[in-house]
Design a protein around this ligand. Structure first.
Ligand SMILES: [Zn+2]
Length: 206
């Protein structure tokens, strides 16, 4: 039922960046640096599997700006197909490793019906102490931005145990509504959805 309801709601979610083709929602390759819905904050997490915000982060984590169009497409395609086989959804957003984007990356993303999500707050959690990440949240929120689109990594324990509890409390105390990237864009996270592949044991992530 869950998947059926996802398919049924597809037509209800549209944004300036997306067009619907029947039950398919195509995104147009824009680079998203901030949310479209005022007073929303989206916390994103790179580099690990995540239960709630599924999007593509490429297959081998390369700097996509160093690749040919065909290589960029291969990085996205392999990831899209694996996610679709396992979860039954075709993702509508991708995060380029290192936030590295050029015209080739956006063109390939557009051809694949996806938008490219970067950020307007880099927690630097891979590079600095939790206290320093928290200071980055403080500094950003002090400027009262309309929206917050924050980059974090779920591969660091202290991000989950220290930085995030702090950031969530801070953002909520300043009146931001915590949402997913799709919600912060007034859109939908997937281009289409169906039941996962029935025989995953035969699926090879090659
Ligand atoms: Zn990454």
């Amino acid at each position: 039922m869950r998947f059926a309801s996802i398919i049924l709601t597809l037509g209800l979610f549209t944004s300036a960046q997306a067009t619907t083709l029947g039950n398919i929602l195509k995104h147009s390759g824009i680079v998203i640096q901030e949310c479209a819905i005022p007073r929303t904050a989206a916390l994103t997490f790179d580099d690990g599997p995540n239960d709630y915000q599924i999007a593509s982060h490429t297959w081998t984590h390369p700097d996509l700006t160093t690749l040919t169009d065909a290589q960029i497409n291969e990085e996205m395609k392999k990831t899209d197909e694996a996610i679709e086989a396992i979860l039954g959804v075709r993702v509508a957003y991708m995060r380029p490793p290192y936030g590295a984007v050029n015209a080739n990356v956006t063109a390939v993303a557009k051809a694949r019906g996806q938008d490219v999500v970067i950020w307007n707050l880099d927690s630097q959690d891979w590079n600095v102490t939790p206290a320093e990440s928290e200071a980055i949240y403080n500094t950003t929120v002090a400027t009262n931005p309309s929206t917050v689109l924050a980059l974090n990594h779920e591969t660091y324990n202290t991000t989950a145990t220290e930085v995030l509890p702090y950031a969530i409390k801070l953002l909520q105390s300043r009146g931001y509504k915590l949402v997913t990237v799709a919600e912060c864009m007034g859109s939908y996270p997937y281009q289409w959805a169906h039941l996962p592949a029935r025989n995953l044991s035969s699926y090879k992530c090659t």
